[in-house]
Design a protein around this ligand. Structure first.
Ligand code: PLZ
Length: 424
């Protein structure tokens, strides 16, 4: 099988079985082309995309400005390695991220290849800055699949059989109002953690997703984020804001934390940042970012020039007038329809989210019904993902370039698929 032969969907599936390890779980979907909020397979079947390659296409597939920027950089040079020779696109991305920083601090940015790598580096920076080892994370957190980040991630599937896990990682409860965990409960859990397991004076950083992503699209209550910021200030702990999934315009603002009016110490970005190319960042207060010694941070490909060129176009598009308004219109349209759908289908327990980062949680705590819904949806022409510790949350991540008609089409399919799952 060769790419230029334009293999059929079945051929790709067979090749995948034979040559790719089963650990990389895939759906049945095989993609040959994507544009805007649509995807096509080898047989020309069209799908509405409510996944965006897991939140990497907030601007839509093939965004004209991003594609143009990539082409231009491809003609200049593909790779340099920033440690060998500095180049403008890297510095320009760092400058733009400073401009978009949710607060007043002067910031610096380190660029990397993936969200997990960026989270690892945020922890390195926090440890170097504080001289402490402890890392506090939360129930249902997802921070990645590398050795340190799988210890920080809260679901067995990501770490079972892969130990020994990194030490000095402590987990506290996070609010989950729908399942009865209030902000007070969560804060009490943190208090106990600091009494039972780790002295706050030994904690380098807390790491939190303002809207938990893989864990079930659970927006953190403002009081929780504010209390956490205060605790960090009291104990000299670095507040790391993981915006890998919630950032880059997903909730309407560039960063979800802007909606909470809290300034983090470090902010981790990824996914949509590179417009589809691998790029992630750690942005933070300059004095923290400068804590590691020269040579302590870096990597061969981190801040690849083509990915940086794409990111510059992405960040321009996200900050262009009209982006936020459209994201908010989309959020309203989705929420209204999801509320209607939830009212009609008793298997839906809650509609929740922040901005256009929305999901339906099914009442039953098993992945069976949601699996039935996502596969039925795919057969009907909608790419849909689940999430949550039990896999029972159906999340919506449509490109924010989608038209109302595309969104309605996707929602119609989602409703049909839910109907099938309820009756079946
Ligand atoms: N932090 C909040 O959502 C990646 C992972 C899917 P990488 N989420 C999708 C999977 O099954 O691996 C993510 C995230 C948050 C960190 C990460 C990690 O980002 O670019 O996948 O390493």
């Amino acid at each position: 099988m060769r790419v230029e032969e334009r293999a059929s969907t079945d051929q790709v599936r067979q090749g995948r079985e034979r040559y790719v390890p089963r650990g990389v779980a895939t759906t049945d979907l095989v993609v040959t082309r994507a544009w805007g909020a649509r995807i096509w397979d080898a047989e020309g079947r069209e799908y509405i995309d409510f996944a965006g390659g897991i939140a990497c296409q907030n601007l839509g597939h093939g965004n004209a400005a991003v594609v143009r920027a990539v082409h231009e950089q491809v003609d200049r040079f593909l790779h340099q390695c920033f440690m060998v020779g500095a180049y403008e696109p890297y510095v320009a991305v760092a400058e733009k991220l400073d401009e978009l920083w949710p607060g007043n601090a002067a910031t610096k940015t380190l660029l990397l290849n993936s969200g997990a790598e960026a989270i690892e580096n945020a922890v390195k920076i926090a440890r170097a800055a504080t001289g402490r080892a402890g890392v506090v994370v939360f129930d249902r957190a997802f921070h990645g699949r590398t050795n340190l980040t799988m210890a920080m991630t809260s679901k067995l599937v990501y770490k079972q059989g892969f130990g020994p896990l990194a030490t000095d990682v402590h987990r506290a409860p996070a609010p989950y109002p729908y399942r009865g965990v209030s902000t007070e409960d969560a804060l009490h859990g943190l208090e106990l953690l600091f009494k039972q397991d780790v002295d706050p004076q030994d904690v380098a950083c807390v790491v939190l997703e303002p809207v938990q992503g893989e864990g079930g699209f659970i927006p953190m209550p403002p009081e929780f984020i504010h209390a956490l910021r205060e605790l960090c200030d009291t104990h000299g702990i670095v507040y790391v804001d993981d915006e890998v999934q919630s950032g880059c315009g997903r909730t309407g603002t560039i960063w979800a934390i802007e909606r909470y009016d809290v300034e983090p110490d470090l902010l981790v970005s990824g996914k949509t940042l590179g417009g589809g190319l691998p790029l992630a960042g750690v942005t933070g207060r300059a004095e923290l970012m400068d804590a590691p010694h020269p040579g302590g941070l870096g990597g061969t490909f981190g801040g690849n020039p083509v990915a940086c060129a794409a990111a510059l176009a992405v960040l321009d598009e996200l900050s262009a007038p009209g982006f936020r308004e459209r994201a908010e219109q989309i959020a309203k349209l989705l929420r209204t329809r999801l509320d209607e759908i939830a009212a009609k289908h008793s298997i839906v327990g809650e509609v929740r989210g922040l901005g256009a980062m929305l999901a339906l949680e099914l009442t039953e705590q098993s992945g069976d019904a949601s699996k039935a819904v996502t596969s039925a949806a795919r057969e009907k022409g909608l790419v849909l993902l689940s999430c949550g510790l039990y896999g029972n949350v159906i999340r919506l991540l449509p490109p924010l370039s989608a038209t109302d008609e595309e969104l309605e089409r996707g929602l119609g399919i989602l409703e049909e698929a839910l109907g099938d799952a309820s009756s079946g």
